[in-house]
Design a protein around this ligand. Structure first.
Ligand SMILES: *Cc1c(COP(=O)(O)O)cnc(C)c1O
Length: 460
């Protein structure tokens, strides 16, 4: 295929929005280990999860056999407001790097949440509404998930309480106003509105909070509120399932021009965008149909895959969730406050963890200043101001493209550009002012997090 035949943007039509999500677990010969009930250490049943989650989402969470799962028409209708998202050929970045590599990115930032989070938010709220729920709770770190969920709750008419990680709510006051505009009640976490919040505050009075704390608060609030459930924006299998829309659209767009990626790169916080982007491609790899390299990129300050342990751990600091076997820094890990925004979660999607553990993908970590160098480079030549999370993927895409230049290899690189950085100006300011620092936890720092991992037979 000659370069000229691929347009800068490949758009699918509305009718080409996938009508089914792709469930990569069906293609995995070995599934990830089951969730465990922390009280009994037995695999979780649907009933174990019902106190916290919506019924349909529990079904999807436990479905490891159906490779394709229908997307209800009501969700497709909402998707049409912001999908299909563009597949962009990064001609200008290629030119800047003077690389023979072809670089593509799938851009998920064209909606008010500014990220891919809306793909799962709309699905989760749709099912909650169908079940007759009237209220949802959740946590948000950088704010994209809270915003996405606020948008979906406004659309379907549900009340929403968002526990926002305190440092983020201070760094991003305008995020809160976006959520309030969509009708959400936003609480800085840890807060004194929950028992677990009060407990964490008593123990760590100056903490800036973490996703793990905010999750505990949101779960407690859901359990104590009538007709209310908790929803999560990443990590869980059903979120990865919803995010497979990214990978399915990517595959369809590239296939129009006969393009097959050699390398797919995504940033990894809880693993949902990465899991969704790679899902259909990984399904093919597991069936021996391709030999794509998949690379997860995480911050050096929160290195769950590259330096974490593959063990059973809680999804939250308050130790209330089921146990998941995943790469984790320990549910007691407190990320450094100087780290900008997202990708601060202690754990990792069990699906992504399992694929990584079994050698189907790679993981690398990148320091914050290097991430912002990549963000700046990208913004100046491709025009889009990237979210710092997304810039982790950009940074490694640039590294790989430069390796292609050194070796004179014409590889095709696809990365996920998960969102825009308009609300990350505090971080960009630190970078522009030259005051941004790189925090890399010492082994001792990590040890403190690992100490919170349960000492159970499954972890021996
Ligand atoms: C939330 C978020 C991420 C990380 O979350 P994952 O679940 O790992 O995908 C990455 N980029 C943006 C823009 C986000 O909002």
């Amino acid at each position: 295929m000659s370069d000229k035949t691929v347009p800068t943007k490949i758009y699918l039509t509305e009718n080409e929005i996938p009508r089914q999500w792709y469930n990569v677990r069906a293609a995995m010969k070995e599934k990830h280990d089951p969730f465990l009930n922390p009280a009994t250490l037995k695999p979780c049943t649907a009933d174990d999860l019902r106190g916290v989650f919506c019924d349909e989402l529990i079904e999807q969470e436990l479905n490891q056999t159906d490779e394709y799962i229908d997307i209800p028409e009501g969700i497709v209708e909402f998707y049409k407001m912001f999908r299909p998202s563009p597949m962009v050929r990064a001609y200008w970045l290629e030119k800047l790097l003077d690389t023979p590599a072809h670089i593509y990115y799938k851009f998920e930032g064209n909606n008010t949440s500014g990220s891919h989070k809306l793909n799962s938010a709309v699905a989760q709220v749709y099912y909650a509404k169908q079940q007759g729920l009237t209220h949802l709770t959740t946590e948000t770190g950088a704010g994209q998930w809270g915003t996405a969920l606020s948008m979906a709750c406004a659309f379907y008419g549900l009340d929403l309480t968002v526990y926002m990680v305190k440092v983020s709510s201070e760094q991003k006051p305008h995020r809160k106003e976006v959520m309030r505009t969509y009708g959400a009640n936003v609480v800085a976490s840890p807060s004194d509105t929950t028992e677990v919040g009060r407990k964490i505050l008593a123990e760590f009075p100056t903490t800036g909070g973490s996703l793990g704390c905010a999750i505990s608060e949101a779960i407690e609030k859901a359990v104590k509120t009538e007709n209310c459930k908790y929803v999560l924006g990443s990590v869980l299998d059903h979120v990865v399932l919803h995010q497979s829309i990214i990978g399915l659209e990517s595959k369809a767009a590239l296939e129009k021009y006969g393009v097959t990626p050699d390398i797919i790169i995504g940033c990894a916080g809880g693993g949902s965008n990465l899991g969704g982007l790679i899902s259909p491609f990984m399904g093919d790899k597991l069936k021996g149909k391709n030999d794509i390299r998949f690379i997860a990129v995480e911050p050096a300050s929160c290195p769950s895959m590259t330096r974490g342990k593959y063990v059973y751990d809680f999804g939250d600091t308050g130790k209330t969730t089921p146990l998941m076997r995943m790469y984790t820094l320990g549910c007691g890990f407190m990320p450094s406050a100087n780290h900008a925004g997202g990708l601060r979660y202690h754990g990792m999607s069990p699906i992504v963890s399992k694929l990584y553990h079994d050698g189907y993908m790679e993981a690398v970590s990148v320091e914050q200043t290097k991430v912002f160098e990549a963000a700046e480079k990208f913004a100046r030549c491709e025009g889009i101001l990237p979210a710092p999370e997304s810039a982790h993927a950009i940074s490694v895409a640039i590294d790989e493209a430069l390796k292609c230049k050194e070796r004179n290899e014409k590889k095709t690189i696809l990365f996920g550009l998960t969102g825009t950085g308009y609300f990350d100006m505090t971080a960009y300011k630190a970078y522009n002012d030259g005051t941004m620092t790189d925090y890399i936890p010492t082994d001792e720092d990590l040890q403190r997090g690992f100490a919170s991992i349960l000492d159970i037979p499954q972890n021996k």
